[in-house]
Design a protein around this ligand. Sequence first.
Ligand code: ZN
Length: 173
Amino acid sequence: MATDDPYHHTQEDMMDEYFEMAARETLDGMHRGIGGPFGATIIRGGEVVVTVGNRQLGEKDPSQHAEMVAIRDACKALDTLDLSDCTIYATCEPCPMCVGAIIWAGITDCYFASTSADADAAGFTDLHLRRFLRGEDSSVLRLHHVGNREDCDALFPTFWELHPDLTPAPSLA
Ligand SMILES: [Zn+2]
């Protein structure tokens, strides 16, 4: 547990606190009927940026997983799209959507407590996404490519014309 003296907090104490905060916020959201049993805390430079719970029920939005909510709130709070100097603590292993959002936000370290298997056993599965992405089960989504759309293709160069100050992200290919 944390003491009153911040200089005597070990990293483990702090991690303990980040998970506790996320769990408390999640419990609160569950009692208020706004979210499911998942929470997340985002830290920057040892400071808590946000600590949130899942908001799917309250927002009627399947994308409001705790990690997604945390990233949205942190980006707004810090006025940036780049959370590469942040760390995220999630009460449960992030699903593929949230892993994607965490990577999009530039976060390179994510600590989680419960696992995807724990969640599955408790009635909160993300295995259909994992199986789809592993190429094991394509029945959950048919991805249809419709090519030769100049109006769509032209959006890329138009963006760079409108934002000459921005630089394209480096290709990892
Ligand atoms: Zn998720």
